[in-house]
Design a protein around this ligand. Structure first.
Ligand SMILES: C[S@@+](CC[C@H](N)C(=O)[O-])C[C@H]1O[C@@H](n2cnc3c(N)ncnc32)[C@H](O)[C@@H]1O
Length: 178
């Protein structure tokens, strides 16, 4: 294979990855924007975990929030759900390299069984948050903690709003108790 063929191949691959990621951002209604490591750590702190809970990240991206949660509390059972195949693959690789144990599934957050969830992390917006709010009302056990980066549910009020001042700007982490 000539170097020029390799350049063409990787350019084509990059275009496929970008197109697929964009298509799934439209299907899911939320694009892939990762939470920074420092905010992920703050989200874990705001969850005030005991260390043995079943935690989920719906729309888990590269799995960073769950990786940070497991690093701080190795006894957690962590499950990530990610819709976009390209982002899911990135998450699988990131989790493999981090060497923490996280179950990382490709699927739709709206269709996951959350009845045994203790804590749910989210960085999702728009209509999807409204849909999840209705699903949570039906499915979550009373006392389930939901930690949302930046975005509020349309109807439910947070029990705590944490404002963070970071070099990248002002951030908000919201704590809900169902
Ligand atoms: C803003 S990113 C947040 C990623 C990660 N939670 C973080 O904070 O770094 C939202 C992610 O949700 C995914 N997503 C969108 N709709 C989804 C759905 N219905 N089910 C599962 N994942 C979804 C997107 O592909 C994207 O990776």
């Amino acid at each position: 294979m000539q170097p020029v063929d390799l350049v063409i191949f990787f350019t084509f691959l990059l275009i496929v990855v970008i197109v697929l990621t964009t298509v799934y951002a439209f299907i899911g209604g939320v694009p892939y924007v990762p939470t920074s490591r420092s905010i992920a750590r703050d989200m874990v702190d705001v969850a005030r975990l005991k260390g043995t809970e079943r935690v989920f990240d719906l729309g888990a991206g590269n799995g960073r929030i769950l990786i940070e949660a497991k690093r701080k509390h190795p006894g957690l059972t962590a499950t990530g759900i990610e819709l976009a195949p390209t982002v899911w693959l990135l998450g699988l690789i990131t989790i493999f390299l981090s060497r923490v144990k996280v179950r990382f599934l490709r699927g739709d957050a709206r269709k996951v069984d959350l009845r045994d969830a203790d804590v749910i992390f989210l960085y999702l917006s728009g209509g999807l948050l409204g849909e999840l709010e209705s699903k949570f009302d039906i499915e979550l056990r009373p006392g389930t903690v939901v930690i949302s980066h930046a975005f509020r549910f349309p109807r439910r009020q947070p029990v705590e709003v944490v404002k963070l001042d970071r070099w990248s700007g002002k951030k908000t982490v919201l704590r809900y108790v169902w």
